[in-house]
Write a protein that binds this ligand. Structure first.
Ligand code: URP
Ligand code: ZN
Ligand code: ZN
Length: 474
């Protein structure tokens, strides 16, 4: 045995047991009682969970002239490991007017320095016939998920374009992730707010109230039902939106919902602070009552994934939220918050520590479900044959979060000052010690691409109106 972690409380998606984990060749090979190993770790009093799987993580995306570039795969991976995450799915973003092949190649080039295992979603921003024709070859590379935005000037798809992408996803057996907000409603409200002189960051929330997200979520679900294509709704902010997903699930549709820590611990009031721009993301954080509503939806299983939506804009300077100058209106401040390092400790502390979810449920929402929904077969649980991506937690350790602990390249964390109980003290990636007591040991380049084949969960239900499979008609 290469590694034995002994006497731990081992948390899997199915339950918790006391015992040992045995690792050989980067995989979990024994559980319970384990043979002697080259590296022996006594984990008495500690908890072991699978490494976090963050399936919504913007890392060094190729997006000329836009935000997010403060992070690269080396720094983002460092932050991930420090916070107990061992795999992430970032994005290959189609640049309008350009084909996919070059940006896929450039994305792989950037990811070559990753310290964690990774995959991509391909964001389709302009589904011309040429781009649609390229999608099968991208899926064949193992990048088996697409992403679409229903808002943002530079990336939004109208309903027709969205239908065409869904049809292509259905044919290729790919999952489609959807950013759901109504573009025209946000544009109309934004104009009115700016005309009324309401320009501060807190009005970002006013420009995109819940109904804007709820309408787009319902529409996305209906269009996915029409095409018969599985979808995941990204970053659900409140229970009213999650109710649309619950209704779809009750009808048997293949619709899943993701939320993020920013909707569980941040609120729109944060944007009223002098550093309010640092809390701006879309959808907007809501209220403390909405946070509790989201925990209910997690407990019900309607929302079954908590990702970070890590977005690496600095507060100030290069790649800063202040790119349009100090005092710029909310319309001109880049969206998104960094969180790949904070996600696991926040969910552990707010979820397990405060009795909102059990340890196995923590494992499910942070690792098992994201891996299952995106076809990352070797990841997401502690079981014989899985990759030995493991996190050792000290459940008693109390920590006040600050930016240095995040170990990312961003100049702030929106979670600074928050107290968490329970802290990752060691992380293994495929059986190799990658972080110990905050020191990241994994070198750049150790991370591997995770190719994804066709998988059952992303296949259509084969239930279409009138039995007419429109997606199959050329
Ligand atoms: O505000 C956000 N969420 N920014 C990141 C990009 C996205 O919408 O997912
Ligand atoms: Zn989004
Ligand atoms: Zn995102």
């Amino acid at each position: 045995m290469d590694l034995a972690i002994r006497n731990a409380r081992v948390a899997t998606s199915a339950g918790v047991f006391s015992g040992d984990i045995g690792v050989q060749g980067g995989r979990i090979v024994q559980l319970g009682r384990v043979d002697p190993a080259v590296a022996e770790v006594d984990a008495k009093g500690l908890i072991v969970t699978p490494g976090g799987v963050d399936t919504h993580c913007h890392l060094d995306e190729v997006m000329p002239g836009m935000g997010h570039e403060a992070e690269n795969f080396g720094t983002g991976g460092r932050s991930a490991l420090a916070g107990g995450t061992t795999s992430a799915v970032s994005f290959v973003r189609q640049i309008p007017g350009h084909g996919l092949a070059a940006v896929v190649e450039e994305s792989f080039r950037r990811a070559a320095r990753s310290r964690i295992d990774y995959s991509f979603h391909t964001t389709i921003t302009d589904p011309t016939p040429e781009i649609l024709a390229e999608i099968p070859s991208v899926l064949a590379k193992g990048i088996r998920s697409l992403k679409v935005f229903l808002t943002y000037d530079t990336s939004r798809l109208d309903d027709g374009a969205f239908l065409r992408v869904l049809a292509e996803a259905r044919k290729g057996g790919a999952m489609t992730a959807v950013h759901c907000e109504n573009y025209h409603a946000i544009g109309w409200l934004t104009e009115k707010l700016l005309a009324a002189g309401l320009t501060a960051p807190k009005y970002h929330a006013w420009s995109r109230p819940k109904v804007v997200e709820r309408e787009a979520t319902y529409r996305a679900i209906c269009l996915a039902e029409l095409v018969d294509a599985p979808i995941q709704i990204f970053h659900v902010s409140c229970a009213e939106v999650a109710e649309e997903i619950a209704r779809a699930q009750a009808r048997g549709l293949k619709v899943w919902g993701e939320t993020c820590p920013q909707y569980l611990v941040l609120a729109e009031d944060h944007m009223d602070r002098p550093d309010g721009a640092g809390f701006m993301c879309s959808p907007s954080p809501r209220t403390v009552a909405d946070q509790e509503g989201m925990w209910d939806m997690i407990r019900r299983g309607v929302i079954d994934v908590i990702s970070s939506d890590h977005s690496a804009s600095n507060l100030t300077g290069e790649h800063g939220k202040d790119i349009a100058g100090p005092g710029a209106s909310f319309r001109d401040i880049p969206n998104g918050v960094p969180g790949v390092g904070a996600r696991m400790p926040l969910v552990f502390s707010e979820g397990v520590g405060k009795g909102r979810i059990t340890l196995p449920h923590f494992v499910q929402v942070t690792a098992t479900n994201p891996a299952r929904i995106y076809g990352l077969d070797t990841k997401g649980d502690i079981a014989i044959g899985k990759d030995a991506d493991l996190v050792l937690w000290d459940p008693a350790r109390e920590v006040v979060l600050d930016n240095a602990m995040m170990q990312h390249a961003v100049d702030y964390t929106p979670y600074a000052g928050m107290k968490v109980k329970g802290w990752p003290v060691a992380t293994w990636l495929r059986g190799t010690l990658a972080m110990k007591e905050g020191e990241v040991l994994a070198p750049e380049g150790i991370g591997r691409f995770l190719p994804r084949d066709r998988y059952a969960l992303a296949e259509p239900r084969v239930k279409v109106p009138n039995g007419f499979v429109a997606a199959d008609i050329a």
